[in-house]
Design a protein around this ligand. Structure first.
Ligand SMILES: CC(C)(COP(=O)(O)OP(=O)(O)OC[C@H]1O[C@@H](n2cnc3c(N)ncnc32)[C@H](O)[C@@H]1OP(=O)(O)O)[C@@H](O)C(=O)NCCC(=O)NCCS
Length: 624
């Protein structure tokens, strides 16, 4: 056992023909043996099909270890307790059911610890059967699509067998092995197993688009497999200089690469923009990674270890969950989400993202489940096969109704932020239940109807002097903390210029009136910048309707550190544009006669103003 065996194997290999048939394999396997099979698309299909079909007397009480067992594959269907028993490290719908039927053993572990189970000998292997490419001229093969613990299993198994297959891509990273490291070779020409989640719907497209807005150029993204990740990746195609560091890449990597969004291969440091452990998808993906130096497949040990990810800046970890509690702290995982292929690894990357400079953890979920129940819940009774976890490091929760920023926010603001992105049908109930449970202030105002009017389409990004990028969106009740910071950092003079009165404080009772707008008679836009991955409001503008008239009054304020870059001018023209689109006839702004900066802005609006001199004040009227 162990690495010492390798030399012996290499020597032995030279001495004999190691090709065997699957019938021959049955002579090698003895009752009670423990078999390791490479998983996912690297499943040695030819061998497994034969083992499932044969009645060979040696196949008794065999224990089969496979990390990612394709859920609909015959290896699972072939389980009969007398013939073989499965051991896996994943918990998913199929495996949970199989466990209840006594057909499966599940070993709870984390993805980072898994390699040590094999390395330490805690999980001993009699026969490892691993799918590889066919050997090149030098006698080297590639582990192809999956490089999780295969190399460790081969090194530590008493007998190592390569199922060589010309359909297996030759991948880069750490997948090359000498065929001499195997005791036997089985030839196969079976097509590789393919996995496709199918197209994603409009809801996931919307979630994916919003997640992509949170990803800055130059980030390293940690995506996984499934429709949500397909949607996110599709919207990342407009980014620049992205890298990928993850556990699984799927077909989404092709579009990301072809769009030019990925950083190029770093020839100096010999670093690829994409690091993964497995490639699980369709034949297109397997062809894409074949001979592609831009995609590196590293073993689990190297790719998922926290140490390996230290130093990655702007690591963005995206998680998909089934449900999330209203404080954003406790997530309920998808029952279909295998731990190995899914959640455990995603948590591993989420942890790394928390340690990463400029990193962030983003959770995406649909606002409702198939039955129409809210996926944002006050609390949820557990179910025995449902994974749940306390994450504690989520920064953003994204549904089709928007992005809830919960990072560093107190519970009452997190609750409001999550209700804002809950399905409108559930917002009232969630708010009342949260109030009853003391999760928001007793006097908290939250007008559900306002949320329903929320104008998502008004979201824009705009560039300003010195490379400043500002996102503008309509204000939300959960912006209280950011608006408080904006308000209190202004000088008394600036507050006077804005509110025309010596306003010293803006307590919660008043601030929430300011934040709860109906987006129709009153519309407020906030300008947000990201500093080290944290959002901050630096500007606000609004218009409000004069009573019973089609005339609206505008007002503006910009953080003193960001003035003079054209932000107020942009906001003025934006409000005029929105006003015109909404059929408003006149928009006006009152300004103190000595407010030279605001006057300079108002004078040069895209719509020529008519100026009314009111003595101490001027009124700028814009007829649309
Ligand atoms: C007025 C205010 C909103 C302007 O924001 P801003 O983002 O700095 O504005 P902009 O950068 O778009 O434009 C500022 C303009 O003022 C000009 N300006 C700056 N200082 C000036 C001064 N002392 N005298 C005259 N014009 C001045 C700038 O040159 C610029 O005009 P330009 O683009 O033609 O050169 C901001 O100063 C503020 O928040 N003030 C306090 C609140 C307030 O007065 N609100 C208005 C109530 S309606």
């Amino acid at each position: 056992m162990g690495f010492l065996n390798l030399k012996t194997r290499a020597q032995k290999a030279a001495e004999r023909d190691r090709r065997i048939t699957v019938e021959g394999l049955c002579e090698i396997i003895k009752p009670g043996y423990r078999l390791f099979l490479s998983g996912g698309p690297a499943t040695p299909v030819h061998t497994i099909r034969h083992l499932a079909a044969t009645d060979h007397p040696n196949l008794q009480d065999i224990e089969v270890i496979q990390l990612t067992t394709p859920s609909d594959f015959e290896s699972l269907r072939a389980i009969t307790p007398s013939k073989c028993r499965f051991k896996t490290f994943s918990i998913g719908e199929n495996s949970a059911r199989a466990m209840q039927m006594g057909l499966l053993d599940i070993v709870p572990t984390t993805i980072a610890e898994l390699p040590f189970m094999f390395l330490s000998g805690a999980v001993e292997i009699d026969v490892a059967i691993v799918q590889t490419s066919t050997p090149d001229k030098s006698g080297n093969v590639s582990l192809g699509t999956v490089n999780d613990v295969n190399r460790i299993a081969i090194a530590n198994a008493a007998i190592a067998i390569a199922e060589i297959n010309p359909n297996v891509p030759v991948t880069h990273g750490d997948t090359r092995m000498s065929l001499s490291e195997f005791d036997y070779v089985i030839e196969s020409a079976e097509p590789l197993l393919e996995f496709s989640a199918g197209p994603y719907d409009g809801t996931l497209d919307c979630i994916g688009r919003q997640i992509a807005t949170l990803v800055e150029d130059g980030s390293t993204v940690s995506l996984s497999m499934g429709r949500l990740f397909d949607a996110v990746a599709a919207h990342l195609r407009e980014k620049k200089n992205l890298k990928v560091w993850t556990h699984i890449v799927s077909d989404w990597i092709i579009g990301l690469s072809e769009s030019g969004a990925l950083a190029s291969y770093d020839a100096m440091r010999r670093k690829s923009p994409v690091v993964t452990t497995s490639c699980i998808g369709t034949r297109r993906l397997y062809d894409f990674v074949n001979g592609n130096p831009n995609v590196w497949l590293l073993p689990l040990f190297n790719s998922t270890h926290q140490q390996a990810m230290l130093g990655i800046k702007k690591l963005v970890s995206v998680l998909n969950v089934n449900k999330i509690d209203i404080t954003g702290d406790s997530v309920f995982l998808s029952e279909r989400d295998l731990q190995i292929t899914g959640f455990d690894s995603k948590l591993n990357f989420a942890l790394a993202a928390t340690h990463s400079r400029g990193g962030k953890v983003i959770v995406g979920l649909r606002s409702t489940d198939r039955q129409g129940n809210s996926n944002i819940v006050i609390s949820q009774p557990g179910s025995p096969i449902q994974n749940r976890c306390m994450l504690g490091s989520i920064r953003y929760v994204v549904t089709e109704f928007g992005v809830a920023t919960i990072f560093a926010k107190p519970i009452r603001e997190r609750v409001l932020a999550l209700i804002e992105v809950a399905h409108p049908d559930h917002r009232s109930r969630l708010f009342e239940e949260a109030k009853a449970g003391g999760l928001v202030f007793g006097d908290q105002v939250f007008v559900v109807e306002h949320g329903i009017n929320y104008p998502y389409a008004l979201e824009t990004m705009a560039p300003f002097k010195d490379g400043l990028a500002v996102k503008f969106r309509a204000i939300r009740p959960s912006d209280e903390d950011m608006m408080r910071r904006l308000f209190y950092q202004f000088s008394d003079e600036a507050k006077y210029l804005r509110y025309f009165t010596a306003l010293r404080a803006m307590p919660h009772s008043e601030m929430q009136q300011y934040l709860n707008v109906d987006y129709i008679s009153t519309l407020s836009l906030v300008g947000i910048i990201q500093t080290r991955g944290v959002g901050r409001i630096i500007a606000e503008c609004r218009y409000s309707q004069f009573a019973e008239e089609n005339i609206y009054e505008m007002a503006f304020i910009v953080d003193e550190h960001y003035q003079g870059r054209g932000i107020a001018r942009y906001m003025l023209n934006r409000l005029l544009e929105i006003g015109r689109e909404r059929g408003i006839e006149r928009m006006s702004a009152y300004v103190l006669a000595h407010n030279a900066k605001m006057i300079a802005v108002l004078e040069k609006a895209a719509v020529p103003p008519r100026v009314i001199d009111l003595g101490e004040q001027l009124r700028y009227d814009y007829y649309l």
